[in-house]
Design a protein around this ligand. Structure first.
Ligand code: ADP
Length: 676
């Protein structure tokens, strides 16, 4: 062969060879011999020895088939290098024919495809790893798989990965399928801190130790003898860094022989660190997400809260699992408005439709309604909804819905307990009061009786004892005054304003009392109508005392309607701003009214028409209102029942004393207040 041609063949990036038409190899380029490290003459006869035994049968078969057909062929096979390492080659054969078309020779070119094959394997491995990540496989399993991948693409190496525990600077061993536990333990041992592994984590830079025995940096490293004992010669540590630059772990590759990274190794290092960072970041994020989802689910369960979205234009509603549970519907059934309506309590249907109307106006809203479940139980739902636009600009509601049944039940129980308490307090304080009044008044009264009879006896004597009679008459007067003082003191006690004078919103005061009475009204089958004047001016007064008056009006009204069964029991509560710059509160009922009695008498102390009555409530109320410079009065309604009112001027005089002075109240006949 021409010298020049030989030179060209040696310069080609591959191993060139030729063979006779019968397949016998008659030429191998110098690069062929150099690669295998075998003498040209020997290799010509024994080229098959350089082929990996696993790949030889297929190679021979394909080579034979090519010879028979005279067609070109391509086959992959591993060729042993001079140092014993096998590398993958693509072996291509081409027939060479003369001018007449006769086969004269075979020409072959073997190209080193080891790096390409490794990269392909790495790429396929990467795809598989990412699928594992997406499939939510556990992190240690995925990292172990990554280690195996690294070990499979590089001969004579072991791989280990340690992961930084979230929120700490603690590295924990995660995977090292090819290394014994004790050895991994030695890497993780903090007392060997200066070894390359920790150095990579701290500096966030790769640490490449090409020869552990000769590298002066690790000469005094306490880990070196451990590594040496295990037969480690080269050691590369690669930090696993997140997208934001945070160290999330360290990937280490150990070699039995000293080793300097070649371009393929650099590519490998880059790829491993990238894959590991995706795996760690993603699995840690997933874990955090799962934790917060579980936390959210638990919170939702504990607070009985669910969520839903509603696209207003299409009416499409999407419920969370919790809402399905609350409504007791099959979670596999798409929810419709009619399904929801079928659960809404009949009494709340109007307000529910009203809420749907509000949705059309794109307003945020809060709403409470009841559900009547198939077993006739009642649930209270509280909805808070926020209007927003979806990605296509359509109006959408995002809402939280909470089952507040328990809360409502305890509120009702609380209100019942409170109103019961109010009743008991009233009864017991009246009881105590009665005893004390009886005691106080009884003494002067018996004095009066004794004195009067003594007086009579003295006058009837013969001769009449005028002086004695005068004296006993004087004592009678004294006892009479004492009795009257007792009454005065009582009134003073009730009218006393040791409480604070403050700005009072009577609408608010009325609402508070009504809240207390809701369950009582319900129990007594009394329908309530309220009409609270808008922008009612504030008055100055004792809020608690004024509420006592309102409470008294309402309790009396309820007691008055207790025996009414031939007509609806209705309670009307109204506030007004009167023309004379006073604020009025009226409580009307559909009870029996006053009959032929003068309504004005009800404010007299001890006036009562009830068997167990005290006749004190209204008299005390009068004292309170007097003390506020206001008026209190009662009227009989034309259509039956009574109306009790009080009015407090918005501009009161500065009050100095503790007691009200005048009892200026009016009584008359009016119609029922006009409520809407
Ligand atoms: P008591 O309720 O203990 O009788 P009050 O001073 O509160 O004491 O009431 C005095 C009286 O006024 C009652 O006994 C009753 O005759 C009359 N009264 C009070 N409120 C009404 C009402 N809403 N309808 C009819 N009569 C009433």
């Amino acid at each position: 062969m021409e010298i020049e041609l030989l030179q060209v063949m040696d310069a080609l990036p591959g191993l060139v060879w030729t063979a006779l038409p019968d397949g016998q190899v008659d030429f191998l380029s110098r690069s062929w011999c150099e690669y295998t490290g075998i003498n040209a003459e020997i290799i010509l006869q024994h080229w098959q020895d350089a082929i990996h035994p696993d790949d030889l049968p297929e190679l021979l078969e394909r080579w034979g088939a090519g010879l028979a057909s005279g067609e070109p062929r391509e086959v992959d096979a591993r060729l042993r290098r001079f140092d014993g390492e096998y590398r993958w080659f693509l072996i291509r054969t081409r027939p060479i024919v003369d001018a007449t078309g006769r086969l004269v020779k075979w020409c072959g070119l073997n190209t080193d495809i080891e790096d390409r094959r490794r990269m392909e394997a790495l790429l396929a491995g990467e795809t598989e790893l990412l699928e594992m990540v997406a499939g939510g496989r556990p992190m240690p399993l995925i990292l172990e798989w990554l280690c195996r991948l690294v070990e499979s693409v590089t001969v004579g190496c072991y791989c280990s990965i340690a992961v930084m525990q979230p929120g700490t600077t603690r590295l924990e061993h995660c995977a090292a399928p090819g290394l014994p536990r004790e050895f991994i333990g030695s890497i993780m041992d903090a007392s060997l801190a200066s070894e390359p592994f920790l150095s990579a984590a701290q500096s966030t830079k790769q640490v490449i130790v090409t020869d552990l025995l000769s590298d002066p940096r690790w000469e005094h490293c306490s880990w070196r003898p451990v590594a040496e004992k295990r037969g480690i010669r080269a050691y590369w540590s690669i930090p696993v860094v997140s997208a934001s630059g945070k160290v999330m772990g360290v990937c280490s590759i150990y070699y039995d022989n000293h080793r300097t990274p070649v371009p393929f190794d650099h590519g490998l290092i880059e790829q491993i660190s990238r894959i590991a960072s995706v795996v760690v970041e993603r699995t840690q994020n997933d874990a955090t997400l799962r934790r917060s989802e579980a936390f959210l689910a638990e919170t939702r369960r504990l607070s009985s809260t669910g969520g839903f979205t509603k696209r207003v234009s299409t009416g499409e509603i999407i419920w969370s699992e919790e809402v399905y549970r609350m409504f007791e519907f099959d979670p596999n059934r798409p929810v419709t408005l009619d399904m929801i309506r079928s659960r809404v309590h009949p009494e709340d249907r109007l307000s529910f439709e009203d809420m749907l109307d509000r949705q059309q106006r794109a307003l945020d809203y809060e709403h409470e309604y009841r559900l009547l479940m198939p077993d006739q139980s009642i649930k209270y739902m509280h909805v808070v909804a926020h209007a927003t636009k979806d990605s296509s600009g359509q109006l959408e509601y995002i809402a939280a819905i909470q089952d507040v049944t328990e809360r409502r039940r305890s509120e009702v129980a609380l209100i019942e307990a409170r109103s019961e308490l109010a009743r008991v307090a009233r009864a017991s304080s009246f009881g105590v009061l009665t005893a004390s009044i009886a005691h106080e008044v009884n003494q002067p009264l018996s004095g009066i009786i004794t004195n009067a009879s003594t007086c009579l006896r003295m006058l009837g004597a013969d001769p009449p004892n005028l002086e004695g009679a005068c004296e006993t008459a004087r004592r009678t007067i004294r006892d009479g005054n004492r009795a009257s003082d007792v009454i005065k003191r009582l009134r003073a006690l009730f009218g006393k304003t040791d409480a604070t004078m403050e700005s009072v919103d009577l609408n608010e005061s009325v609402s508070e009392i009504i809240t207390l009475f809701r369950s009582e009204l319900h129990r007594s089958r009394v329908a309530l109508q309220m009409e609270l004047a808008a922008s009612l001016p504030l008055i100055t007064g004792d809020r608690v005392q004024l509420q006592q008056v309102i409470l008294n009006f309402i309790l009396n009204a309820l007691e008055a309607m207790g025996g009414i069964d031939d007509r609806p029991r209705q309670l009307f509560v109204k506030t007004e701003h009167d023309a004379d710059e006073s604020v009025r509160v009226s409580v009307a009922d559909t009870g029996p009214g006053f009959g032929t009695d003068d309504p004005a008498r009800v404010f007299d102390a001890f006036y009562t028409t009830k068997p167990g009555g005290m006749g004190i409530g209204l008299s005390v109320s009068k004292s309170i209102i007097d003390n506020h410079e206001g008026h209190i009065w009662a009227t009989a309604n034309k259509s039956g029942g009574a109306t009790f009112s009080f009015a407090i001027p918005t501009h009161q005089k500065q009050r100095k004393g503790a007691f009200g002075r005048s009892a200026s109240w009016v009584a008359g006949v009016t119609d029922m207040p006009k409520f809407k």
